[in-house]
Design a protein around this ligand. Structure first.
Ligand SMILES: Nc1ncnc2c1ncn2[C@@H]1O[C@H](COP(=O)(O)OP(=O)(O)OP(=O)(O)O)[C@@H](O)[C@H]1O
Ligand SMILES: [Mg+2]
Length: 262
């Protein structure tokens, strides 16, 4: 049964999409079956997976409003090796369309239910907002992965996100948890990076991934070729860091499973 992770942070440009694409490809490299869901009208995860967002017959929007089945909207990312539920600007209409629907917060959760057993991991790329789309992701997820840059304002926005996660947990998804905080575009030469890192460690303890993602130009270049860094330049520091993250994530999963059965 797949673990479903929402990659969320309402702050823009922190590395959500980069994390989705490269973590998905790295999990595939470790022989996991992966589905990536683009839940952002910007369609960046779609393009970065090598699928043309302008040429979609069906998208996640159609799935959310019940116009087509999830399987009919699914595409394969050739370079990434994972399945993709693509998105484009059509998804901006979802916000309003969902308002009129029953169980509007749970549409994605129900759409995923019949296919969860076909995957090991389902990753959801959230938009940079705490909108109804993000709420759908949080209701569908087992855990939230929060990518963040180690800057001063990063911590400020984090408390809003943590409050939202707690509220959704209380009202709609009692097993939801913060799976991990991921430091992206990491540069240890900047002293603020170390200060923020220390604060994160203090507040979040083991929830902070040990793996950090360095600032690496290959990670920024790869999406324009529709590739993960692992295919674009597998020796790059970015590609290696995301492989390490996949390893850490899988090990955590195993450790959690062991505590549950013990
Ligand atoms: N580790 C990194 N090193 C260098 N560039 C990066 C790194 N991570 C992300 N980038 C670049 O930073 C920009 C923002 O990253 P990304 O699109 O992943 O963020 P996002 O959180 O998904 O943004 P949005 O909130 O708009 O969806 C992109 O141009 C991306 O290529
Ligand atoms: Mg994005």
């Amino acid at each position: 049964m797949a673990k479903v992770f929402a990659i969320a942070n309402q702050k823009g440009g922190v590395g959500k999409t980069t994390t989705c694409i490269n973590l998905a490809a790295s999990l595939v490299a470790t022989k996991r079956r992966v589905l990536l869901i683009d839940l952002d009208p910007q369609g960046n995860a779609t393009m970065g997976s090598g699928v043309d967002k302008q040429a979609l017959e069906h998208s996640i929007y159609d799935v959310l409003i019940g116009e087509c089945s999830l399987v009919d909207a699914m595409q394969f990312s050739e370079h990434g090796g994972y399945q993709l539920l693509p998105a484009n600007r059509d998804l901006t209409a979802a916000e309003v369309a969902l308002l009129e629907m029953k169980m509007k917060e749970s549409r994605l959760r129900y759409a995923l239910a019949p296919i969860r057993e076909n995957y090991d991991y389902i990753l959801i790329d959230c938009p940079p907002s705490l909108s109804m789309l993000t709420v759908n992701a949080l209701v569908a997820a087992d855990g939230v992965i929060i990518p963040m840059q180690c800057e001063y304002y990063a911590l400020e926005g984090l408390s809003d996100l943590v409050n939202t996660i707690q509220r959704i947990g209380k009202l709609l998804n009692p097993t939801l948890k913060i799976e991990g905080l991921l430091r992206t575009m990491y540069d240890p030469r900047i002293s603020l990076t170390n200060d923020v890192s220390a604060q994160l460690k203090e507040h979040f303890g083991d929830q902070l991934y040990q793996t950090v993602i360095p600032r690496n130009v290959r990670l920024a270049e790869a999406p324009s070729f529709g590739m993960p860094a692992l295919v674009y330049d597998k020796q790059s520091r970015g590609a290696i860091a995301y492989l390490a993250l996949a390893g850490e994530l899988v090990r955590r999963q195993r450790a959690n499973a062991a505590t549950v059965t013990a």
